[in-house]
Design a protein around this ligand. Structure first.
Ligand code: TK8
Length: 339
């Protein structure tokens, strides 16, 4: 036996003796993190999930491995949230709108026309208001790490171009499983139907519903242009995604492991927002090239729609609490006044 080999064996024996078995086992077996999401791999969500996985693997020297699983293969948002709470799944990214049943303050992000541009979005979400809402998840068994951009939502349907609010009358419109969205679109005259995203393409294809609303990126990556003719630029709400961790599982991690996830989540957020914005800026032209008929609402009609949608503001204020509502308005005023 060579000197080197003997030394290595002796060192390994010393480590084995001093370390507890659990710690040693953990060192050998990488932490496996199932990271679920709803869109397909070739979407802004899929690309950013990959960036997150790579950052975690690199920073942990391969001791933490992320398996990113898209296309709702681990279930729709609401089902994954429950799996995280129960500890059966480690991580996910999904819409804040589907979390309202767990943390009612999330309904703030459903407020139509609350946020009007990327700077407002990033400053509000990454600032004290965003943190406050994110941190409310902990008492419910979830750790919210960062917000990603889903984006400004726009309306599509297979029936007719929507040029006036009245054109929405009777359109069967899929909305997220969320009361603000449900009442917003009922207010506009649509026949709003809550449904999980994973069922949406099929429902549009079979005409179970006539329309839906999502950011350009999703209309493109989920190929809604194959089953939807008309796209109306409404930008009616800015939709965030949120990266979640099972609190049950999080509490078993070392501080160093938690830091790996937090840092990788921030890196993925910065990548994701840029990627999403780049793609969104090209998307209208691509959707037109795929055959969609795109129309912008006239300023007057846009104003009418806004007027009707702001009717839900009082309900949201009640839901999230007037303190949070007022603090948000103050924070937005501050952001808008700052150069
Ligand atoms: C993906 C959903 C999607 C959301 C929706 O799982 O449901 O319409 O916009 O991004 O979270």
């Amino acid at each position: 036996m060579t000197f080197l080999r003997r030394t290595v064996i002796a060192a390994a024996a010393a480590v084995a003796l001093s370390a507890s078995f659990a710690v040693l086992a953990q060192d050998i077996k990488p932490r496996l993190i199932r990271f679920g999401y709803g869109l397909n791999e070739a979407s802004n969500q899929g690309r950013a999930a990959k960036v997150f996985a790579e950052a975690v693997e690199k920073a942990s020297g391969g001791k933490m491995k992320v398996r990113a699983i898209g296309a709702a293969a681990l279930g729709p948002d609401t089902q994954m949230q429950q799996a995280l709470i129960g500890g059966a799944q480690e991580m996910m990214v999904g819409s804040t709108a589907t979390l309202v049943g767990i943390t009612k303050e999330m309904a703030l992000w459903d407020t139509p026309f609350l946020i009007s541009n990327a700077r407002e979005a990033d400053t509000l979400l990454d600032g004290p208001i965003g943190d406050k809402i994110r941190n409310k998840l902990e008492e419910k068994g979830l750790v919210g790490l960062v917000y990603w951009e889903n984006g400004f939502r726009n309306l599509t349907n297979s029936k007719r171009p929507v040029t006036r609010v009245e054109d929405m009358d009777g359109i069967k419109l899929r909305v997220m499983q969320n009361n603000v969205f449900l009442s917003s679109f009922k207010t506009l005259g649509a026949n709003a139907v809550p449904m999980a995203f994973s069922e949406l393409f099929g429902a549009l294809e079979t005409k179970t519903v006539d329309g839906q609303e999502n950011p350009y990126n999703t209309i493109l990556s989920s190929k809604f242009y194959e089953v939807q003719k008309y796209l109306t630029v409404t930008n009616h709400v800015y939709s965030p995604w949120i990266v979640l961790v099972s609190k049950k599982w999080w509490d078993t991690l070392s501080k160093a492991e938690q830091a790996v996830l937090t840092d990788a989540a921030k890196a993925s957020r910065d990548y994701e927002r840029k990627d999403t914005r780049d793609e969104a800026s090209r998307a209208i032209a691509e959707l037109k090239a795929k055959g969609m008929l795109v129309n912008e609402l006239s300023p007057a009609e846009s104003e009418r729609m806004r007027g009707k949608l702001t009717a839900v503001y009082a309900d949201i204020g009640k839901e999230v609490g007037m303190d949070l509502w007022n603090d948000t308005q103050k924070e937005l005023a501050r952001i808008r006044a700052a150069k």
